[in-house]
Design a protein around this ligand. Structure first.
Ligand code: FES
Length: 99
């Protein structure tokens, strides 16, 4: 089942959108014209990530400052589980996810 999250026309660098899908908090961001979907929950202590700071393709959590590589999901400066990334699906003029 396709769950639409956003129109493609709205996906521009700097975009951040938060969604709740089946009880999960999700964060959709666009970096270098690439849409990335994450669980909006820091793997360190569970803080929401939508207030994090972007430094290139690195997202730094605002709670304790751990930085995560958006491509691999790995924490760069701490022993911490990786970000949970979800696969985006495209359908017509929308982006979303398949459940
Ligand atoms: S909760 Fe994100 S760095 Fe601690």
């Amino acid at each position: 089942m396709f769950i639409a999250l956003e129109r493609l026309i709205n996906l521009q660098d700097g975009y951040r959108g938060t969604f709740q899908v089946q009880g999960r908090q999700l964060l959709l961001i666009v970096v270098d014209q690439q849409a990335i979907l994450l669980e909006n929950r820091c793997p360190h202590r569970g803080a929401p990530l939508h207030n994090g700071t972007l430094e290139g393709r690195v997202l730094r959590c605002s709670r304790h400052g751990i930085a995560f590589d958006l491509d691999s999901g790995r924490a760069l400066d701490a022993a911490c589980s990786p970000l949970l990334r979800l696969t985006l699906t495209y359908d017509g003029d929308r982006v979303g996810l398949d459940l």
